[in-house]
Design a protein around this ligand. Structure first.
Ligand code: SAH
Ligand code: DHB
Ligand code: MG
Length: 226
C-alpha cells in the first residue's frame, strides 16, 4: 500500500496531471480569473475533475445535460464542450450575480447557444423544468447546496434516461461522511444520499474518494439502469 502524502504533494500531482491531460485554455482560464475578480469563491471542480465530467458525457454520447450549481461556469464549460453541436445543457444557479458571471464566461467560451443558465433556488426551478417537459437528461451533475443533494438526486432519478449518469460532487467532505456526530447538516445529507443510492433499484452507484487541489473529498457516480 502507498502511504499517505500531504496536501502539497496532492497539489503538485494535480498540477502535473492538469498540465498534461487537462490544460486550461483561454476560456477556462478566463472563467476562473473572471470569477475570482468578481469575488466568487474558487470552489470549482479541479481541471482533472472537469475533464472527467467531459469524458463521462462523451462516453455515453450525452446530448442533454443538467447541472445543479453553476458558480462561474467552469464545470459548465467542460460539460458544455463535451456535448455535440446540437446538444443542450441547463445549469441552475441560486445567486443572480454568479449566474451573470457565468453567462459572460459561457459567451466567451462560445457556448451561449448550447447552455442555458437558470437563476433561483434549484428546488424552485425544478417544477418549471418539469412543466416545460425538460429532459430526460443523459447526464446530471449535482454540485449545488450540499444539504439538498438527496432531493436533487430524487428528482434526477426520475429525469435521467436509462443508461444515463448522475454525478454528485463533494460527498466525502474530508472524511466527515462517516462521522455521525458532525454538526454540519451537509453530512447527514450526504449519508442520506448514500442510503438512497444503496436502496434505489433503478441505479448502480459508487463513490470515489479524491485528493488534490481541493483537499480530501470525493464524488459519487450513479448509472441509471437501462
Ligand atoms: N459546479 C461549479 C461549482 C458550483 S459551487 C464548478 O465546479 O465550476 C456551488 C454553487 O451552487 C454555488 O454557485 C452556489 O451559489 C450554488 N447554489 C447554492 N445553493 C443553491 C440552490 N439552492 N440552487 C441552485 N444553486 C445553488
Ligand atoms: C463548496 C462547494 C463545492 O461545490 C465544492 O466543490 C467545494 C466547496 C462550498 O460550498 O464550500
Ligand atoms: Mg463541487
Amino acid at each position: 500500500m502507498f502511504g499517505p502524502a500531504d496536501q502539497e504533494t496532492w497539489i503538485r500531482v494535480d498540477e502535473y496531471v492538469s498540465d498534461l491531460l487537462a490544460p486550461d485554455d483561454e476560456a477556462l482560464e478566463h472563467s476562473v480569473a473572471g470569477a475570482v475578480e468578481a469575488g466568487l469563491p474558487a470552489i470549482q471542480v479541479s481541471p482533472p475533475q472537469g475533464k472527467l465530467l467531459a469524458l463521462l458525457a462523451r462516453s455515453i454520447g450525452a446530448r442533454k445535460a443538467l447541472e445543479f450549481g453553476t458558480l462561474g461556469g467552469y464545470s459548465t464549460i467542460w460539460l458544455g464542450r463535451a456535448l455535440p453541436a446540437d446538444g443542450h445543457l441547463i445549469t441552475l444557479e441560486y445567486e443572480p450575480s454568479y449566474a451573470e458571471v457565468a453567462r459572460v464566461n459561457l459567451e466567451r467560451a462560445g457556448l451561449a447557444e448550447k447552455v442555458q443558465v437558470r437563476v433561483g433556488p434549484a428546488l424552485e426551478t425544478l417544477p418549471t423544468l418539469e412543466d416545460e417537459g425538460a429532459g430526460p437528461f443523459d447526464l446530471i451533475f449535482i454540485d449545488a447546496d450540499k444539504v439538498h443533494t438527496p432531493e436533487y438526486f430524487a428528482w434526477s432519478v426520475e429525469h435521467t434516461r436509462p443508461g444515463g449518469l448522475i454525478v454528485a460532487d463533494n460527498v466525502v467532505r474530508g472524511g466527515a461522511l462517516v462521522d455521525e456526530s458532525d454538526p454540519d447538516p451537509a453530512i447527514p445529507a450526504q449519508r442520506r444520499f448514500h442510503e438512497m443510492l444503496a436502496a434505489e433499484p433503478r441505479v448502480e452507484a459508487t463513490t470515489i474518494q479524491t485528493v488534490g487541489v481541493k483537499g480530501y473529498d470525493g464524488f459519487s457516480i450513479a448509472l441509471v439502469n437501462g
